[in-house]
Design a binder for this molecule. Structure first.
Ligand SMILES: Cc1cc2nc3c(=O)[nH]c(=O)nc-3n(C[C@H](O)[C@H](O)[C@H](O)COP(=O)(O)O)c2cc1C
Length: 176
């Protein structure tokens, strides 16, 4: 089976395990302008803004030095791709190699699928296409638990937060 477009409200997932245990790929760009991807295991899914009901949104966190960040900052759309367990090694590879240094996507054995302004992967079981709504760095003065700063940011390279509206969702119920 292939990925099928679904209504985001039909999706029943546990974001805690899906994001932090199974991981995901954050991808931005397209075939013409170029694209890149990176692994993440931090993020949120929920609702904010909108009229009455909150817009379905995701939050991701990207350190300033990531090559993928250049594409996210340039583009309006980005995708979050979630994979069956057998692709964990590929995700580990994409999370420890930079697209600046070579064609890591081919090395990882994944197949890009190109939308008009976004890119995702054929092997994914779930793809969320997100429209960038808000982007700002985490601020040192905002941390009420200083230990988080000392443990995660000895170089003070604070993650930058991106809130994106989920504008399309694709799911393959046959992939585990
Ligand atoms: C399991 C895992 C989770 C990660 N989560 C994040 C994350 O949430 N944010 C981030 O900036 N980097 C994260 N990284 C690191 C990037 O994926 C990694 O630096 C990657 O090589 C960046 O690639 P790029 O330079 O091609 O963008 C994670 C890496 C792994 C292995």
């Amino acid at each position: 089976m292939a990925l099928k477009k679904i209504d985001i409200k039909e999706l029943t997932v546990n974001p805690m395990t899906l994001i932090s245990d199974e991981w995901l790929l954050i991808t931005a760009g397209n075939q013409e302008r170029g694209y890149n991807t990176m692994t993440a295991c931090w993020g949120h899914m929920g609702a904010i803004w909108g009229q009455g009901k909150g817009l379905p949104t995701t939050v991701i966190y990207i350190r300033p030095q990531r090559y993928t960040k250049e594409f996210i900052d340039w583009e309006q759309l980005y995708t979050l791709s979630f994979f069956p367990k057998k692709y964990k090694k590929a995700l580990a590879y994409l999370g420890t190699h930079s697209g600046r240094d070579g064609d890591k996507i081919s090395e990882a054995g994944l197949t890009p699928v190109f939308g008009t302004d976004s890119t995702w992967f054929e092997e994914a079981k779930l793809v969320l296409v997100c429209r960038k709504l808000y982007h700002a760095p985490l601020l040192e003065e905002g941390f009420t638990d200083r230990q988080i700063v000392e443990r995660n940011y000895p170089e003070r390279d604070f993650h930058e937060m991106y809130i994106g509206e989920i504008v399309a969702a694709y799911f393959d119920s046959d992939k585990e």
